[in-house]
Design a binder for this molecule. Structure first.
Ligand SMILES: *Cc1c(COP(=O)(O)O)cnc(C)c1O
Length: 334
């Protein structure tokens, strides 16, 4: 067992590992299993709460009372931060990329407001100066006598990495209980923290091959990002023996960037068809921005015969249902 830094208990865990037998037999490939990280909480659903368990523990240890973070207008990370901030009695300020729009906000943005977060929306041109926006709001809260903590996009920093290092210990146990040795673990990669954690766990816990399905940037970007985040993580937690023994240079990063489609948060009709198929055949609800895109990519790889020799494959369902609600007009339901 690995020694962890301070951690709050905010996620419902361990999450279940479940087989999708009807879908697997329809495809005729390996048995597909789902790690149900969409069940980490009703409104804290998804992967971000696992990272925030460590990030917010550190923020509280440092005496912070205000959280500032950023993301897209339908950011799952921002919604999770807004909800958890309210649970902990902390003020939350969100720096969002995009337009709020005239109508009542939808999906994640609706929950941001419901949880009482302060929301500032910026067009892309202004959002690009993210460091300046963070500095501006930092000064704003400091001048009010508050102690703000800035959390980078997706909670993907040297502390957030712990979320999926810890999840990997759950997975190792899940595989033992199910009696399987999966050929690969597949999940959506967006800001990189989930895959950085799971990639580190290949070395730390003997996790099998991890494949991130990119939803925005390309393979070269992510490989550099994992190395950078894991080097910073190692530096910061050097007093933990397993961390000190870890070599960021020896990690193997596998990112598949062929299923990004038209762009970030834009899914093809095929992805929406896969979302409908998973929902109707298995009762699993995926989203068009992350989990549905990644799941669709995994099914395509299986159809191509790229997992022909595998008996089991595991998909980490990283959540996103509120993002689907915000795009329900595109889902082919009339
Ligand atoms: C953020 C997010 C991801 C991607 O995780 P990263 O750690 O940012 O790479 C995947 N799925 C959902 C639903 C997310 O919200």
């Amino acid at each position: 067992m690995m020694k962890f830094p301070p951690r709050l208990t905010l996620a419902q865990r361990p999450t279940p590992l479940q087989p999708l037998d009807r879908l697997s037999s329809e495809l005729g490939g390996p048995r597909i299993w789902v790690k149900r990280d969409d069940l980490t909480g009703a409104v804290t659903t998804g992967n971000k709460v696992r990272k925030l368990e460590f990030i917010l523990a550190r923020a509280l240890d440092e005496g912070c009372d205000t959280l500032i973070t950023c993301g897209g207008i339908q950011s799952n990370h921002c919604r999770a931060t807004a909800i958890l901030g309210a649970q902990l009695g902390m003020k939350v300020h969100l720096i969002l990329r995009g337009e709020r729009g005239e109508s009542v906000p939808e999906g994640n943005l609706f929950l941001d407001y419901l949880a009482g977060a302060e929301v500032s929306c910026y067009p892309l041109r202004e959002y690009r100066q993210l460091d300046q926006l963070f500095a501006h709001w930092q000064r704003h809260y400091q001048s009010q006598g508050r102690k703000p903590c800035s959390i980078p996009v997706g909670g993907s920093d040297h502390t957030g990495v712990w979320g999926y290092i810890a999840c990997a210990e759950e997975l190792v146990n899940d595989f033992q209980v199910a009696g399987i040795s999966p050929a690969a673990i597949v999940h959506a990669t967006g800001s990189g923290g989930t895959q950085a954690g799971l990639t580190a766990a290949m070395q730390l816990s003997g996790l099998p091959r991890v494949i991130g399905m990119a939803v925005c940037d390309d393979e070269a970007y992510f490989t550099a990002k994992f190395r950078e985040d894991l080097a910073a993580w190692r530096e910061f937690y050097l007093d933990i023996p397993q961390v000190a023994a870890f070599s960021p240079d020896k990690i193997t990063c596998e990112v598949n960037d062929s299923y990004i489609g038209p762009g970030y948060a834009i899914a093809t009709d095929e992805v929406f068809a896969t979302i409908r198929q998973a929902a109707s055949l298995e009762g699993i609800v995926l989203d068009p921005v992350y989990s549905g895109k990644a799941f669709h990519g995994m099914l395509e790889e299986i159809r191509k015969g790229n997992f022909a020799a595998a008996s089991d494959i595991v998909f980490v369902h990283t959540g996103g249902v509120f993002g689907l609600m915000a795009q329900r007009d595109r889902a082919g339901i009339r």
